[in-house]
Ligand binder design. Structure first.
Ligand code: DUC
Ligand code: ZN
Ligand code: ZN
Length: 493
């Protein structure tokens, strides 16, 4: 009888630390051995000339979220996870909504059951919009006990944002529970003030979305989030850093020894104000928050990847189809909530739902723009797309690793494959991609999830419901430093 169910033979393996030639032996869904000339497996996949990386972890994506107004995001767990796997992502962390005025348990009923349709493995960050004493003292401990060990808070968006006091209460609850906090950093009042002035001036195009929330708005909120996390002594990750000004705040905090991390997304590495313009309202396709910046900013964000300040790249996949949502006045939690339309029926900039679809293109765009163009090496690519997310969110050892004992989540890349990104070939439910027509070098041909071939030559084989929920237990990185002002630990009383 063979030692292995599957052997990936002769690939160039890229881990978070090194690149080396070896076979991978897989047994019962986990990596059993790495080495040269492993004995034959029941199944064999030749990988000579291929680069083999851990399967991606997309630790920030919005899938099938249920709005308080009864709306359901178009991207379902079945379609979003097909897209994830086709792009090399084998696990993702999406969001459990909390509706304002509701507890956690009675928000978005049935959401976890919907997630069970996923083809990729998955976990949740709990969004907290209404941190009542019952949520903080009763519901959050129960949630953490179920393995949902990270929270997301917004410092902007009307139905979602927390005041500073509420944010502090969430940080303190996370500290007591050994949970991790992720933060959307933009200044709510500053954005509101700019929006009103832009509308008064008759400036309503998609580009004005960026004008309504310039980098200083993100920098201020990033600084404040870090300061409040320091006050409470709670580790945080700043989500979707779009500009040098915000990244510099994170670098300064890390230099002082604070437990602060920064994430960015392919849109902030490749797109700019130019993408917010164009005929037929095309700029709406690139409306997301934080907003895209002026062209030179992309390279400054790359520099913050290269110096390690930004150490995770996620998609922030948040799909709204162009024809049915972006182009039509309506309201979304991810907008400023007004539904005003212009004479031609297109919405004013602040009524365009915020978000871009990118769960499938995240890894190929980063591989091409990063590895193939020489901006980053393969181990950095692995850290950015899986290994660091595993560390930050309590999945280390299980996911994002090529070490024996880890789940056999693997991607076989043809590093020389040249493709043009076309929405028609993607698997998501959204009617466009902001990377339409982009030429990329390097493509994920085969994706293996827990030892099974989930995607072969672009064909998704993993059925809906084959993904597993990933409960997350306590881990060192989420522990506080033990440094509080005046030695008084206000969170513990
Ligand atoms: N930003 C987006 O663009 N969409 C979803 C949420 C967010 O913060
Ligand atoms: Zn956000
Ligand atoms: Zn998001």
């Amino acid at each position: 009888m063979s030692d292995y169910d599957l052997v990936i033979r002769g690939g160039t393996l890229a881990s978070a630390a090194e690149v080396f030639e070896a076979d991978i032996g897989i047994k019962d869904g986990v990596i059993a051995a790495l080495g040269r000339n492993l004995p034959r497996g029941v199944e064999e996949i030749p990988a000579k000339g291929m680069v083999v990386t851990p399967g991606g972890i997309d630790s920030h994506c919005h899938i099938e979220e249920l709005g308080q107004d009864g709306s359901v995001q178009e991207e379902s767990f079945a379609s979003g996870s097909a897209a994830a796997l086709a792009g090399g992502t084998t696990s993702f962390i999406c969001f459990l909504p909390q509706w304002k005025g509701h507890g956690l348990a009675d928000s978005a009923p049935g959401y976890e059951a919907r997630a069970a349709a996923s083809r990729a493995d998955y976990s949740f960050h709990q969004i907290i919009t209404d941190p009542t004493p019952d949520v903080l003292r009763r519901e959050l401990p129960a949630l953490v006990a179920r393995g949902i060990r990270s929270f997301k808070v917004f410092l902007t968006y009307d139905p979602l944002r927390l005041t500073d006091r509420e944010f502090i209460e969430v940080l303190a609850a996370a500290r007591r529970l050994g949970a991790f906090v992720t933060v959307h950093c933009e200044n709510y009042d500053a954005i509101g003030w700019r929006i009103e002035a832009l509308l008064r001036a008759g400036l309503t195009d998609p580009l004005q979305h960026a004008w309504s929330r310039p980098p200083v708005v993100e920098r201020e909120a990033t600084h404040r989030a870090i300061a409040l996390a320091e006050l409470v002594d709670q580790p945080i990750q700043v989500f979707h850093v779009s500009c040098e000004e915000a990244a510099a705040e994170i670098a300064a905090a890390r230099a002082r020894g604070l437990k602060v991390w920064g994430e960015t997304c392919p849109q902030y590495l490749t797109l700019s104000h130019a993408d917010l313009q164009g005929a037929d309202f095309a700029g709406a396709k690139a409306v997301c928050s934080p907003a895209l910046r002026e062209a030179g900013e992309n390279e400054r964000v790359w520099k913050r990847i290269q110096d390690g300040t930004l150490d995770v790249v996620t998609s922030d996949h948040c799909g709204f189809s162009f024809a049915t949502q972006k182009k039509v006045a309506g309201s979304s939690a991810y907008g400023t909530g007004t539904a005003a339309s212009r004479p031609d029926g297109t919405p004013v900039f602040n009524a365009i739902p915020n978000g871009v679809p990118g769960i499938e293109t995240r890894m190929p765009v980063l591989f091409s723009e990063g590895v193939s163009k020489g901006r980053i090496d393969l181990p950095t690519f692995v850290r950015l797309t899986s290994a660091n997310a595993a560390k930050l969110f309590g999945l280390q050892g299980r996911k994002g690793s090529l070490m024996p004992g880890a789940d056999a989540d693997l991607v076989l890349w043809d590093p020389d494959a040249e493709r043009t990104i076309r929405n028609a070939a993607l698997h998501h439910a959204i009617d466009y991609t902001p990377w339409e027509g982009m030429a990329v070098k390097g493509w994920p041909g085969t994706t293996i999830r827990r030892g099974e071939v989930a995607v072969r030559d672009g064909e998704v084989l993993a059925p809906p419901g084959s993904g597993r929920f990933l409960p997350r237990g306590p881990y060192a990185l989420a522990r506080p430093r033990g440094v509080v002002p005046d030695g008084f630990d206000a969170a513990s009383v």
